[in-house]
Design a binder for this molecule. Structure first.
Ligand SMILES: [Zn+2]
Length: 75
């Protein structure tokens, strides 16, 4: 597990997130402006960070939960 720094594209504040893999695609919420993003990471670097609606954010969160469950991790 590693901590990565994510700069919010909206308000430019730095946030942190822990990653289990060097790759990640899923929801990220800025702690400051509370904007929801779809975050794509590869090799611990941000590939894209695109704003999404609350609805889309909830959907991505569900997808991530399902993926984590399939990996056999404890819920
Ligand atoms: Zn922000």
């Amino acid at each position: 597990m590693s901590m990565v720094k994510i700069t919010c594209p909206k308000c430019n504040v730095d946030g942190q997130m822990s990653l289990l893999d060097s790759r990640y695609e899923g929801p990220y919420r800025c702690w400051k402006c509370h904007e929801n993003f779809l975050l794509v990471m590869d090799s611990n670097a941000v590939k894209s960070c695109t704003p999404m609606s609350q609805e889309e954010f909830e959907r991505q969160r569900e997808l991530k939960k399902q993926r984590d469950r399939m990996k056999g991790g404890a819920d």
